[in-house]
Design a protein around this ligand. Structure first.
Ligand SMILES: Cc1cc2nc3c(=O)[nH]c(=O)nc-3n(C[C@H](O)[C@H](O)[C@H](O)COP(=O)(O)O)c2cc1C
Ligand code: FES
Length: 413
């Protein structure tokens, strides 16, 4: 939902050019007051399970009861998972950036009165450093966050994933606009090759090499070609892809559209397991909004390039995350894997050249196009570039989601 008072009313929504996208972004940012208070409430699946919807409802009531003048009424923003799930429900009060953890509905009134009205922190809800036993006030000062490098996750926890204007304000779709207005499809593939990005779905296959092989297959076999997002995420305890789809669905979509442009695909599929209803809902909303803004569908940004995508729900079979099983499942048949004598880039979905990449792989693409393959190749280690998102579950102190550079070591202290 758009944060009250922050999204401008735009009459003509369909964007025609990169300049239009920039104007819209400036309008959205100009309509915002950076000093205005905002209560950010995590609505990732973990915090929702811990009651964050009730926390949000309690904040609405407490704000109304406090009778703060309409002009300065704090906005309430709901976001995807901030990563520190074991401390949820999480509430961040901006602009101070105060980080409150394990917030219950009964705490809302105190936060409104003490923090929003008086400007003081509620000490008992702050994170306490287990080593120093001292309260930590801000998210970025908490060791759990301080030691991370949040690249793919950079927007998650900051944007409302159901509001495209929030994504656009944060720089969303800039990479797509750049690719369509200044790059040839070949140049897009070159940047992905240069980035050294490896697929995040498990095998670590170089993404640029896969795309290059698909281009060779297309030369031989012609089009159509398909691009597919693997959002099946069947590994027990894994919720990296779910978090990205829930918290920044436009990043996945933008990556997919850029890939489609590079390969000349007109149709794509997002295969998401049905156990991820929130991810599916947010992707559906994102796709509908992107169509409205002319960022998905016919003649995207008036470039002459058309592409559309649809969501297929997986039925919870682990094997359907494997490429051939996934394709047969999309084709409406039982998701049985088949021997792969011919690679998917040559004969994938419907027997056509197909590029299947994992959710996190696709979500890296906009960053690579916007900042360049060289920039990305500078992250991580030379043979495995970039960052990786990990879910921490089981018998660990800090259950949640972290993003670290590739090559980081696990140390005990
Ligand atoms: C049994 C099996 C299950 C798999 N499950 C997934 C999955 O849930 N998500 C995923 O991205 N890749 C999964 N893979 C890997 C995919 O087959 C494929 O390599 C991957 O989606 C390609 O994307 P990437 O190059 O971006 O990693 C699985 C592979 C096997 C053999
Ligand atoms: S769901 Fe809120 S921190 Fe993960």
């Amino acid at each position: 939902m758009p944060s009250p008072g922050t999204a401008p009313k735009i009459n003509s929504l369909r964007l025609q050019t990169h300049a239009d996208l920039n104007v819209l972004r400036e309008q959205i940012l100009a309509a915002r007051d950076p000093q205005r208070s905002e209560v950010v409430i995590c609505h990732g699946t973990g915090c929702l399970a811990n009651g964050s919807q009730k926390v949000a409802a309690a904040f609405k009531e407490a704000l109304a009861a406090a009778g703060i003048p309409a002009k300065v009424t704090p906005g309430i923003k709901t976001t995807g998972c901030h990563g520190f799930c074991s401390r949820g429900p999480l509430v961040i009060v901006r602009p101070q950036g105060l980080f409150y953890q394990r917030v219950q509905p009964k705490d809302a009134q105190e936060i409104v009165e003490r923090t929003l009205v008086e400007g003081n922190p509620v000490e008992r809800l702050l994170y306490k450093d287990p080593r120093s036993n001292e309260n930590i006030y801000k998210e970025n000062d908490i060791p759990f966050y301080k030691l991370q490098q949040r690249v793919v996750l950079h927007n998650i926890g900051k944007i409302d994933p159901t509001d495209i204007t929030d994504t656009i304000a944060a720089g969303g779709y800039q990479a797509l606009a750049k690719a369509l207005s200044t790059m040839t499809p070949e140049q897009v593939v070159e940047q992905v090759e240069r980035s050294g990005l490896r697929g995040r779905g498990g095998a670590g296959f170089p993404t640029g090499r896969k795309w290059r092989s698909a281009l060779s297959a297309i030369k031989k076999k012609g089009r159509p070609v398909y691009v597919v997002v693997n959002g099946d995420e069947g590994d027990p305890g894994a919720f990296m892809d779910r978090t990205i789809m829930e918290g920044d669905p436009h990043a996945v979509l933008e990556g997919l559209i850029i890939g489609a442009y590079a390969l000349g695909a007109e149709n794509g599929y997002l295969y998401v397991r049905a156990e991820y209803p929130l991810a599916i809902r947010h992707l559906e909303i994102a796709m509908a909004q992107a169509r409205t803004y002319g960022l998905l569908g016919a003649n995207i940004l008036n470039s002459g390039f058309s592409f559309d995508a649809r969501i297929n729900r997986g039925a919870g079979a682990f094997v359907c995350g494997e490429s051939t099983a996934l394709f047969t499942s999309i084709e409406g048949k039982p998701g049985n894997p088949r021997p792969k004598y011919v690679r998917s880039v040559e004969e994938g979905l419907w027997g056509r050249p197909t590029v299947l990449n994992n959710v996190e792989t696709w979500a890296n693409i906009p960053l690579i196009i916007e900042r360049g393959g060289e920039w990305y190749a500078g992250l991580g280690v030379p043979h495995s570039t970039g960052t990786k998102v990990f879910s921490l579950v089981g018998k660990v102190n800090n259950v949640g989601l972290v993003e670290v550079p590739m090559g980081v070591s696990i140390t005990w202290s």
